[in-house]
Design a protein around this ligand. Sequence first.
Ligand code: PEP
Length: 254
Amino acid sequence: KKMRKNIVAGNWKMNMTLAEGMALANELNEILAKEKPNCDVVIGTPFIHLASVAAAIDTNMIGVAAQNCADKESGAYTGEVSAAMVASTGAKYVILGHSERRAYYHETAEILKEKVKLALANGLTPIFCIGEVLEEREAGKQNEVVYSQLAGSLYDLSVEDFSKIVLAYEPVWAIGTGKTATAEQAQEIHAYIRSTIVEKYGQEIADNTSILYGGSCKASNAKELFANPDVDGGLIGGASLKAADFKGIIDAFN
Ligand code: PEP
């Protein structure tokens, strides 16, 4: 039996007012309190929701994640939110390197390396996203792309630090498009990702690293995707915005 955790993590993106977010978090908390999940559950809320959500729910049952943090420790960086601030809300995770951050906010491997370091220094678990765009997949370059994303931001970490990372493989062509990687495509690249961890950090660390799949994951396809030996759960965008949809994905582990 595998030792690593199965995780279903929601990414709310820029959706929901504070009141709407609180209602969703409370609803999920109530549902899961009645029927304990068979995996770790995380919700990635906007920054302004973090403290209220973390205070309202059982954070031992549902972890709270930020969707980003600053690449600087503190100081004159107007509009930024530091890893220390995120941690001070009760959030335990931070999603880093999401393809939307990379594409729209020009987050480079170097910037992400700084964010990962600061997240770890502040006790947060990074959920680090990697994945190729459609042209790269069509050119058969997906392995190269994810390798360079891993090496560029993570593979300088110490063994101890790397062991705290959760990975999310998210093919950009599958995010919010309704197109999902097939179970075979997901397994193939997840196994490749794990093999690069074996090479860099050894078998034990690789065996203990959770690698989530993301990209139009929903209740109807989660079971098949999560049944793969190297797919340890999902990072969920659209289907995390309604408690029943999200619970349907969590139930893939029942
Ligand atoms: C995501 O952006 O992390 C994601 C997986 O989105 P969706 O589930 O909506 O494709």
